[in-house]
Design a protein around this ligand. Structure first.
Ligand code: FE2
Length: 353
C-alpha cells in the first residue's frame, strides 16, 4: 500500500464507535470538515441509567451504513473520492469498537486506501484543532470525561507526558454518580449543570480532595460520598443548591490542577478536552483565571466535546500527513492508553502513527 495520497483524491473518512455515539465524518486535505454525521444512542441507554454494551454495539451495527451514506452525500462525494480511513481502535467498549473497525477496514480494503488507527483519547485532544487550527504544541491538556481525568504535557503530538490523573473516579463519573444521588437523569454532567443554573454554588461546602496539595493527581470519590451524606442529612435541602455546590467543587479541583500543571511546566497554553470540557462553569472559571494570570485557554466547541468522528478524522489527518501508513493489522484495544499508542509509534522506529 502506497503512503502517498493521490492529489486529486485527498478526502479522509473518520469513524467513531467507541461508546454510545455512532460517528462518521469526512475531512478534506486542509483539515476542513465536509461532513460530520452523529447518531446518539442516549434514548436507548437512558432507561438503564448508563450505557449497556450489548445494546450499544447493536445500535452501531444498525446505523453505521446509513451514516456513511449520509456523510458522503453531505460532502458531495462518492466512495471513489476517499483517500484514507481513520478509525477509533480504543479505548472503549469492545463490541462497539469492533463495529467501527470492521467497517473501516472493509472500506479501506474495498477501495485500496490506507487504514489509519486512532486512539480515541488523542482524538479528543484533536477536537480542539477543529476549532483552533492555529493551536500547536507545546501545551497542557486536561482530558476530562466519563472515563478519564488526566493531565498531559503535550511536548509534540507524538510526545505526550503524563503529569497526573484520577486516583479513583473520573470527573464525568463523579457527575453521573452525583446526579443519581440527586435524583437527576443520566447523563449526569448536563443534568447537574442544568440544575446548578438556579442554585447557589456556595451553599454547601464540599471537601476539595488534593486541591491544595502539590500533586497533579485527582480524587473525586470522597466528594461523591460527601454529597450522599449531605442529602441524607438534609433530605429537604435544595437539589439546585447541592448540584451547584457539587459542580463548584469538581470544577474548582479541575481548574486548580490544570493551572498547577501550567505553572510547573512553564507552558502558557492550557487545553481542555473530553465531554466534561463542555461544562459551562468549568469554562468560565478557567477563562477568568487565565485572564488574571496570563494564560491562554482552549476549549473545543461544545458539540465537539462529545464523542464524534470529526476529531478522529482530524487525528488521522495529522498522522497521515506526518507519515502514517496503511495498518491493516491494527486491531481494537478496549483499554488502549496514550502510553501504549506512543510505545507502538516509537517501536515502529519512526514518527509514523
Ligand atoms: Fe470520548
Amino acid at each position: 500500500m502506497s503512503n502517498s495520497v493521490p492529489k486529486a483524491r485527498r478526502y479522509l473518512l473518520g469513524i467513531e464507535t467507541s461508546c454510545d455515539d455512532t460517528g462518521v465524518a469526512i475531512l478534506d486535505d486542509e483539515g476542513k470538515v465536509l461532513a460530520n454525521e452523529l447518531l446518539s444512542q442516549i434514548d436507548a441507554h437512558q432507561v438503564f441509567n448508563g450505557v449497556v454494551p450489548e445494546i450499544a454495539s447493536r445500535k452501531h451495527f444498525e446505523t453505521i451504513h446509513t451514516l456513511l451514506d449520509r456523510a458522503l452525500e453531505s460532502a458531495g462525494l462518492s466512495w471513489g473520492d476517499l483517500s484514507a480511513v481513520a478509525c477509533t481502535i480504543g479505548p472503549g467498549l469492545i463490541g462497539s469498537l469492533l463495529v467501527g473497525v470492521c467497517t473501516g477496514k472493509a472500506v479501506a480494503c474495498a477501495l485500496g486506501i490506507p487504514f489509519i488507527p486512532v486512539n480515541h483519547l488523542i482524538g479528543h485532544i484533536f477536537s480542539n484543532a477543529l476549532t483552533h487550527p492555529e493551536l500547536a504544541p507545546p501545551f497542557i491538556v486536561l482530558l476530562v470525561s466519563g472515563g478519564h481525568t488526566d493531565l498531559y504535557a503535550v511536548v509534540s503530538y507524538e510526545d505526550l507526558r503524563h503529569l497526573g490523573g484520577t486516583l479513583d473516579d473520573a470527573a464525568g463519573e463523579a457527575f453521573d454518580k452525583g446526579a443519581r444521588i440527586l435524583g437527576l437523569p443520566y447523563p449526569g454532567g448536563p443534568s447537574v449543570s442544568k440544575a446548578a443554573e438556579t442554585g447557589d454554588p456556595h451553599s454547601v461546602r464540599f471537601p476539595l480532595p488534593l486541591k491544595k496539595q502539590g500533586t497533579m493527581d485527582f480524587s473525586f470519590s470522597g466528594l461523591k460520598t460527601a454529597l450522599l451524606y449531605h442529602m441524607k442529612k438534609h433530605p429537604d435541602s435544595s437539589v439546585s443548591d447541592a448540584a451547584a455546590s457539587y459542580q463548584e467543587a469538581i470544577t474548582d479541583i479541575l481548574v486548580e490542577k490544570t493551572f498547577l500543571a501550567g505553572r510547573q511546566t512553564g507552558y502558557r497554553k492550557l487545553v481542555f478536552a473530553g465531554g466534561v470540557s463542555a461544562n459551562r462553569a468549568l469554562r468560565e472559571k478557567a477563562r477568568s483565571r487565565a485572564a488574571k494570570w496570563g494564560y491562554t485557554v482552549f476549549f473545543p466547541r461544545v458539540e465537539d466535546c462529545m464523542d464524534n468522528a470529526a476529531m478522529i478524522a482530524r487525528a488521522g489527518w495529522h498522522a497521515l500527513w506526518s507519515g502514517a501508513v496503511h495498518q491493516p493489522k491494527a486491531t481494537v484495544d478496549s483499554s488502549l492508553t496514550i502510553e501504549k499508542t506512543q510505545a507502538v509509534t516509537k517501536g515502529s522506529g519512526s514518527s509514523k502513527a
